[in-house]
Design a protein around this ligand. Structure first.
Ligand code: GLU
Ligand code: ZN
Length: 298
């Protein structure tokens, strides 16, 4: 079987330990299965970017010995492809304009209830475009409103797209493509077979699987690794200013990532080169060590 995996950082800040864990897990899972490992830069949201972060992330991956195959794919170069996919979705009657605000949605229970499916929005206000995910027109009408999938690490998952998710924004009111759609179009374009990433993305996986179905493409296999919680019990993230990785502690960072991923690296491995640490990790990679663990303190 061919295996193509990927790591897809957003350049909203430098790599922190939580993102290193995702990078190492997707790298080891791919290499253990003799797969290719790609890096994609999810630079689709300029307002949230930090200048210099994309280059810094790539350099940090290199310094940690995480060598990717082929060229980096930059989402910012993909707008023509996103636009043509959006037009195709519009032609199949799956897309509608929406003027609802965040407040409207939270007032109606937090999940978008499809209000603008049957209501013409005010054209003088900023409009988003939404994609129907459930109760679909032909030729998609036979797709169930419920998505079930078996996560490689977190086990069986089920979500009802009408009740738990709601129709998804595909173009934002500011005219930017929604990140969720771009990710799927890129995973399709790159032929990704396995998505190994942080469990914070488990809740968006069902809608992504629906996007694959609407493009008539078999979705990849998903495996969600535990998110890293800081001392305060909150997920390490750029938003809560997780510290950038210390570039003087490359070996220790890699060893810590293996330990966090419950791969039981021997103590002496932390003094070896990045290449040796990763090659040990590749040989010994055990998915089963992570079964059912969605979050874990550092
Ligand atoms: N770029 C996304 C993030 O940084 C990850 C996308 C993905 O792995 O599907 O959260
Ligand atoms: Zn609406």
């Amino acid at each position: 079987m061919t295996y193509i995996g990927r790591f897809a950082p957003s350049p909203s800040g430098p790599l922190h330990f939580g993102s290193l864990v995702s990078a190492v897990a997707s790298y080891l899972d791919a290499r253990h299965h003799n797969g290719r490992w790609l890096v994609r830069m999810d630079d689709i949201d300029p307002p949230r970017e930090m200048p210099g972060a994309a280059d810094d992330i790539l350099k940090t991956l290199e310094q940690h010995g995480l060598e990717w195959d082929g060229e980096v794919l930059w989402q910012s170069t993909r707008t023509t492809a996103y636009r043509s996919a959006l037009i195709q979705l519009q032609q199949t009657n799956l897309v509608y304009p929406c003027d609802c605000t965040r407040r409207d949605i939270s007032n109606s229970g937090g999940v978008y209830n499809g209000h603008c499916r049957s209501h013409t929005p005010n054209p003088d206000t900023p409009l988003a475009l939404r994609l129907k995910l459930y109760q679909l027109p032909t030729p998609f009408a036979s797709l169930s409103d419920t998505i079930e999938f078996n996560d490689l690490l977190q086990g069986p998952q089920i979500q009802n797209l009408a009740q738990d998710v709601g129709d998804a924004v595909v173009m934002r009111k500011d005219g930017l493509f929604a990140y969720q759609l771009a990710v799927v179009l890129d995973d399709i374009a790159q032929g990704i077979t396995h998505v190994i990433r942080g469990a914070d993305l488990l809740p968006v996986t069902a809608r992504q699987i629906r996007f694959f179905q609407l493009r008539d493409v078999t979705p990849p296999i998903y495996g969600h690794v535990p998110v890293v919680l800081g001392d305060d019990g909150r997920k390490l993230s750029k938003q809560n200013h997780a510290a950038a990785l210390d570039k003087h502690l490359i070996r220790e960072n890699l060893w810590q990532a293996l330990a966090f991923l419950r791969q039981n690296p021997p103590e002496a491995l932390s003094r070896e080169s990045p290449a040796t640490i990763l090659s040990w990790g590749t040989r010994h990679w055990q998915r089963s060590a992570l079964t059912g663990i969605a979050a874990q303190q550092l």
